[in-house]
Design a protein around this ligand. Structure first.
Ligand code: ATP
Ligand code: MG
Ligand code: MG
Ligand code: MG
Length: 485
């Protein structure tokens, strides 16, 4: 079943149960706490927080999402994309646990001939919040467990009790909270050991999360530590199903990167590199990174993001450069985005027709970014070669940390590339020295931020670092380092 067909089924199923179809919000949304929309409920937050009254009691959507947190997973798990689409159904003070579970069961196991997704009921597992974890819910969410038994006839061994991290939800700010219940599909023994999602989340694939907003929270100190003010006057439902995850199950392919909306990019990358996907695990990860990042880049640019050194633009830049870098690791030196981006556009335009009309603008941005990165690589490679020659003349076996740092700092030359190219010449890199210099630079950036507050000027480089903060910056470092896997 095509991804576009699953999306149509989703919307028509919930339209059929009186949900208003709400179009996806853009990936860049008016929310100061978020870089990108990362869940279907984001555009509905004002209703859930009681800041606005919802124009409908029930709504449904297929929301474009980007999760930068999942970048490191891409290609290594079967199930994480940086861009993905989240199907959602929402109830604002209307149906609650029973309605949500009943509809979910009907859609998941309903026959395909009658508009359902047709999953074998015997392969479905669920999780609910376990007992003894939260003071206000000493028994966990036995109410949900009972509903799964009643409505779906699930035996108790396929209703697993799970921790707060996965099965309790709040927004991290005072407002609604509640337990959630997740739906998993067993992909079979060839994917991993038995024992349900508590044992193996690749064999038992999470497809859908049902959040039951039932109480009002205040003073949130951490995920599991908060005060409960009382029951919500009107209880809400927020659910999210990963469209791509259902697609790879229903398309009978191994992972998210092999579905109809992603795989054609891998095929083109195979032709370009002359290598076969499926022959080598390391190369396969690169192929998947390429296909995933090209698609995320496309969707971000379509929603107005342009590459830059800060915030959203920085994420886009890293995604595009990482795609190009992965192609180089696959042996492709020629421009890659010129070949791959049109393919991604062609497979995505069935669901996002605006991509076609806007492709002239989008592709210009992408191709210019690839050109800039190629220049960086050329300049950095020359400098690196010089440094390697000098080190060898001295009889050294290690490239100094300050040289790796200068390459990174002045030429934007990724550290993983320095490591790899030095290794090709038989040299190691003083990583410790490099890390020390990076830390010092971060400290200077912080000092600079303080200086700026007190009225002093700031340089571009420091501003870049400061805006990402130390934690996120490290994440980008890892992101770059990833490409050498
Ligand atoms: P996982 O545990 O697999 O990382 P999650 O628990 O973080 O998923 P939720 O936050 O519950 O995911 O999001 C709701 C649904 O969105 C998930 O059940 C899944 O189907 C889908 N989903 C989440 N993250 C991704 C991703 N990176 N790529 C594709 N689909 C995703
Ligand atoms: Mg996750
Ligand atoms: Mg999960
Ligand atoms: Mg989940």
């Amino acid at each position: 079943m095509e991804t576009a067909e699953i999306r149509r089924r989703w919307l028509s199923f919930f339209e059929g149960t009186d949900h208003t179809v709400v179009p996806s919000a853009p990936l860049v949304y008016d929310d100061p706490n978020l870089l990108f929309v990362n869940a279907g409920m984001v555009p509905f937050k004002p209703y859930f927080l009681g800041q606005q009254s919802p124009p409908w009691k029930r709504a449904t959507s297929v929301q474009k999402c980007v999760r930068t947190l999942d970048i490191e997973e891409v290609g290594k798990t079967t199930r994480h994309g940086t861009f993905f689409q989240m199907n959602g159904n929402f109830s604002f003070g209307d149906y609650f646990k029973e309605g949500a579970i009943r509809q979910a069961w009907e859609l998941v196991t309903g026959s395909q001939a009658e508009g359902g997704l047709g999953f074998d009921p015997d392969k479905v597992w669920v999780t609910v919040l376990g007992p003894g974890l939260l003071p206000h819910l000493p028994d966990g969410d036995e109410e949900a467990a009972a509903l799964w038994r009643e409505i779906a006839g699930l035996p108790d061994e396929r209703i697993q009790r799970r921790g707060v991290e996965d099965n309790y939800w709040h927004m991290g700010v005072p407002g609604p909270g509640g337990p959630c219940s997740e739906i998993y599909v067993d992909r079979g023994a060839e994917y991993g050991p038995d024992g349900g999602p508590l044992v193996d989340e690749e064999r038992f694939l999470e497809i859908w999360n049902l959040v039951f907003m039932q109480e009002e929270l205040s003073a949130i100190r951490s995920k599991a530590d908060f005060d409960v003010t009382g029951e919500l006057p009107s209880k809400n439902i927020d659910t999210g199903m990963g469209l791509e995850r259902v697609a790879y199950l229903l398309q009978g392919v191994d992972n998210l990167y092999e579905i109809d909306e992603v795989y054609p990019v891998i095929e083109r990358a195979e032709q370009m590199s002359g290598r076969d996907y499926g022959a080598d695990h390391g190369a396969d990860v690169q192929f998947r990174v390429v296909a995933d990042h090209v698609r995320s880049g496309l969707m971000l640019m379509s929603d107005g993001v342009t590459p830059g050194n800060e915030g959203r633009g920085y994420v886009l830049r890293r995604l595009l450069r990482r795609a190009v870098r992965s192609m180089r690791l696959l042996g492709v030196q020629d421009p890659a985005l010129t070949e791959l981006l049109p393919i991604s556009k062609d497979v995505m335009k069935a669901s996002y027709p605006e991509l076609e009309a806007d492709f002239g603008r989008i592709s210009q941005i992408a191709y210019a970014e690839e050109e800039a990165f190629r220049r960086t690589l050329v300049a950095g490679t020359t400098i690196l070669d010089l440094a390697v020659d000098k080190a060898k003349e001295r009889g050294a076996t290690t490239l100094a940390g300050d040289q790796a740092f200068a390459l990174h700092d002045t030429y934007g030359f990724p550290i993983d590339l320095t490591l790899e190219m030095a290794a090709e010449q038989g040299l190691e890199v003083d990583r410790e020295g490099f890390t020390t210099l990076m830390t010092e630079q971060r400290e200077r950036a912080k000092a600079d931020a303080r200086a700026k507050k007190s009225g002093h000027a700031s340089t571009e480089v420091w501003r870049d670092l400061r805006d990402h903060g130390p934690t996120e910056f490290l994440a980008y470092e890892t992101l770059t380092a990833e490409a050498s896997v």
